[in-house]
Design a protein around this ligand. Structure first.
Ligand code: ZN
Length: 129
């Protein structure tokens, strides 16, 4: 198990953490890497990294679906972030072969901040073939 730290810079931000994950994987490892966001207001997703408009559209559409000021009860005032994080989920599995992530050509692993800016933790767990 390895932990990486991720620093977000705005309230909502999708951060491509693929290189941070890749650099942690031992060269002889084949199996699955489980990527876990250890937070209640930040999730993870896998999607396109070629056109930045894709994650931009995702962030804008999520904001329309779950607006920050939505008349929620939670006293901390960040219910929208909790909701969006749960909608995307808190973990992803990525296949690895001989130390290389086997993502699709246009895929990246995004850390999805919904209540930043904050210092965050992502936990990687390796499951060997
Ligand atoms: Zn809260």
């Amino acid at each position: 198990m390895v932990e990486i730290s991720v620093k977000s810079r705005s309230r909502t931000e999708f951060i491509d953490i693929t290189p941070r994950i890749a650099e942690q994987i031992p060269g002889d490892f084949s199996g699955l890497v489980h990527v876990f966001s250890a937070h209640t207001t930040a999730g993870l997703t896998i999607n396109e990294n070629a056109d930045p408009d894709v994650v931009g559209d995702m962030m804008r559409q999520l904001e329309k679906m779950v607006p920050w000021n939505g008349g929620y009860s939670h006293a901390e005032g960040n219910s929208a972030a909790h909701l969006k994080a749960s909608m995307l989920g808190f973990s992803q599995f990525v296949p690895v072969h001989d130390g290389r992530l086997r993502l699709g050509v246009w895929q990246a692993v995004y850390f999805c901040e919904f209540d930043g800016p904050r210092q965050r933790r992502v936990v990687l767990t390796y499951l060997r073939d």
